[in-house]
Design a protein around this ligand. Sequence first.
Ligand code: IVH
Length: 673
Amino acid sequence: MTQRALRERIVRLREEIEYHNHQYYVLDTPEISDAEYDRLFSELEQLEAAHPELITADSPTGRVGAAPLAAFDSVTQRQPMLSLNNAFAIEGVEAFDRRVCVALGRSEIEYAVGPKFDGLAISLVYEHGLFVRGATRGDGYTGEEVTANLRTIRSIPLRLPAGCGAPSLLEVRGEVLMLHADFGSLNQRQQAQGEKVFANPRNAAAGSLRQLDPRITAGRKLTFFAYDVSGSEDWVAPEKHSQLIDFIEKNGFRVAQERAVVCGVAGLLGYYERIGATRADLVYDIDGVVYKVNSLAAQQQLGFVARAPRFAIAHKFPAEEATSVVLGIDVQVGRTGALTPVARLQPVFVGGVNVTNATLHNEDEVQRKDVHIGDTVVVRRAGDVIPEVVRVATPGPRRATDRFEMPALCPVCGSRVVRSADEAVARCSGGLYCSAQRKQALLHFASRRALDIEGLGERLVDQLVEQNLVRTPADLYALDEAALAGLERMAEKSATNVVAAIRKSRETTLARLIYALGIRNVGESTARDLARHFGTIEAIEQADAAALQQVPDVGPVVAQSLAEFFAEPHNLQVVHKLAQAGVRYAPAEPQRAATGGVAGKSFVLTGALPGMSREYAKALIEAAGGRVVGSVSKKTDYVVAGSEAGCKLEKARTLGVTIIDEQQLQALLVSSG
Ligand code: IVH
C-alpha cells in the first residue's frame, strides 16, 4: 500500500469504527455484528502497530486503555461544578417555582426537565473538536484528571463531528454510570473470579473510573450521559437549555431520551409522576428528576446562591425503605464529641447496599420514635446519605434492659457526658483526651476534601492513636517508615506510600487547611469564604467577631465557633506546629471587600494559563463585568500571569500591580458570580 493509501485507510477505519461505536453505545441501534466490528478494529490495530507514527489521540484503539498512572493529577475546573438544591416534597417544588416567578417577574415558567442520573459527575473538555481533558467533580473547584480512563468509554466521542457548529473550546458535563445490564455481568464476572462484588451500579462506576490503570477501566462497561454544555466566545449558544441538549446530542453524545419541556408547577409534577412510574423500566439508576429554567438568559439573571444555582432544582424520589430487627443500640463518639445512638441491625439490603447500622440521631429521637432493642424497625437509605431508623414497625418483647439510655460517661474515654439545655446532642467532655475524638479529628484532617492523605484510613488511625504515635494532626508529619513498620497490616511498601502521601499533603490551599482543622460549624464552603477573605491563617486567628462577620455567610454562630477554636491554646499550638512541619499554602490575595469581585476592574492577561485559554479567561472576565486590556499601567487592577509570562509581568512588578494566577482569578470570578 502506498503511504497515502495507508493513511486514507486508517482514517476510513477510524471513522467507521467511531460510527459504529455511536450506533451501538449512544443510539443503541447496532448495524453490524460484533464479529464485523472486531474485524475493523483489529485491522486498525495492526496498521497502527506497523506504523506507530500514524497513531493519533482520537484513534479508537486508544480506547482499550493506556499505561497505568502513578497518581491522578488535579485540575482546576474552568467553572466550578456546583451541586443542586433538593426538593423532596411538592411544597419544595412549589416554593422553587414561586421564587423563580417572583425573581423573573413572570407568572408561568418554561422548564427543561430530565432524569437525575445516579452516577459520577464528569467534565469533558474539547479543544478544536478534540477530546483533550476529562475530570471528576472533586470538591467542585478542583477535580481529578481521569482523561485516560474516560477515553475508554465508547459513548464519549474522541472527536466532535466536523461542521457541527462546535466552538474552539467546548466543555460538556454529564454523568458516568453503569447500565443495569453491564452491572449485572460485571458482578457475575467478579464473583466467578473471586473478586469484589459491587453493591450497586453507582459504586461500580465510581470504582471503575478511579482506577490508575486505564486497562481496568476499559474492561468495565461505563456509559456517559451529557446534561450540560458551555463553550468559548466564538460559540453562538442557543437560547434555551433544551436546545443545548439537542446540540450535544447532535454532536454524538448520549443524552436522556426521557427529557422534556414543561410549563409551571403542574408540568413539573406531572413529569415527576411520569418518570416515577417508568423508573423501574429505565436501563440505569436515577434518584430523582432535575428541573431547570429553560431560558438561558433567565438562568443567568437568576444566578447562584452559595454552591447551587437558583434556576434549577433536583426533585428527589423518596428514599428506599426496608425493615429489620434492632440487635443493639451502640453509642458512637464523633469528632466534636457528639454521642450518636446507632442501631445495630440484622443486615438488610436497602438503597443499594447492605446496611448493618442505622443512625438514631440523638437521645430525643430515640424517645420520640420509641425505639427499643428487639423492635422491628423501618430503615431508610438514600444515595450517599447515612442510613437511618425511620420508625418502629413492630415492637419487640421490650424487657427493661431493651430501653436505650444515654450513658453518663463516655463509652470510649470515661469522661463525663454533658448536654446543654438548648442542644439535642449529648457530648463527651473529654475533648482531645478522648481517643475517639482524636481519631475522628485525624480522619477528618486526612479526608479527601481536607488535606487528602491517601492511605490514612480508619484502621491505621486507630493504631496510631492507640499506640500514642499521633495525638494531633501535626504529629503526622513526624512519622517515618520506621514508626509505621511495626504496625499491623503495614507492609514496607504501604508504609512508604503513606509517608509519601503525608509529605505530599504539606502543599495545600488555605481553604483546605481551615476545613481540615475541623472547627465546629466551619464546613468546606465557609472555609473557602474565609480563605478568600482573609488570605492567611494568621489573619483569621486575629480577626474579631465583627471582622469575621464581614465574610459572606458567616454569622454570629460561626464567628463564635472560630473564636472558641482559636482561644484554645492547644489548637493554636497545632496550627503553629503544622506550619513548622512544613504545611504551607499559597497565600490567597485577600479579596478587597469593599470593591471586591471583577466588575469594573481592569485585567491584563499574560503567559499561558494552565486550565484555560486566554480567550476564555477574557470571556469570563467580561461576562462578570470586568475589562481586559492589552498593556499594563498603574491603573491596571490585576495582572493574571500564567507560565512563561514575560515583560508584562515584569512591568506589573515594577508598578506594584496585583499579580494573580488562574486559581485566584477563578476565585474572584466565583465571588462575583
Ligand atoms: S445539572 C449546577 N442535570 O446531580 C449543577 N445534574 O447536585 C448543574 N446530576 O453532581 C447540574 N443528573 O452530576 C444536572 N440531569 C442532570 C443531572 C445532574 C445528575 C448530578 C450532577 C451533580 C448533582 C447535582
